[in-house]
Write a protein that binds this ligand. Structure first.
Ligand code: 5GP
Ligand code: ZN
Length: 132
């Protein structure tokens, strides 16, 4: 059984800050920033490709609830919602989870890439492939 399934079954402890029928939300053991929380469906679904209703909706609804809880209790006003699906994307626990990552301005996390001139030929080709 995976580590998040064990947490869901209360076989290993967690700091759970929100829970309902479909999700459990607990503090990440390694706080990338203060309040860093994981939203985890209560079914072992590996990644975004495996996610299914009612868990899909429950995950985002819980993310909104947790975000507002962190705002109310910690004064958080900036948040990234982040999912890593697949090892190349950085997934280390193979049970889908959404990171709720509060941002504080001096936390040295930077997701932005340096932007060049848009390549419209490439965008056009890509769009046709995806939408055909
Ligand atoms: P990933 O890299 O798969 O997107 O994120 C996995 C996250 O799970 C990491 O941020 C890691 O700190 C967290 N994590 C791993 N094991 C445990 C655990 O036993 N308890 C808690 N609360 N978090 C964990
Ligand atoms: Zn699991």
């Amino acid at each position: 059984m995976c580590v998040f399934c064990k947490i869901i079954n209360n076989e290993i402890p967690s700091y759970t800050i929100y829970e309902d029928e479909y999700v459990k939300c607990f503090l990440d053991i390694s706080q990338a920033t203060k309040g860093h929380t994981l939203i985890v469906p209560k079914k072992h679904l590996q990644d975004v490709f495996a996610l299914e209703e009612p868990f899909t909706s429950a995950v985002l609804n819980a993310a909104v609830k947790v975000s507002n809880l962190l705002k109310e209790k910690l004064g958080v006003t900036n948040i990234n919602l982040l999912n890593n699906s697949g090892s190349l994307a950085g997934q280390t626990v193979m049970h889908f989870h959404l990171h709720v990552l509060p941002r504080y301005g001096n936390d040295e996390i930077d997701f932005h890439q340096v932007e060049h001139e848009p390549d419209f030929a490439k965008l056009d080709e890509l769009y046709k492939k995806i939408s055909s």
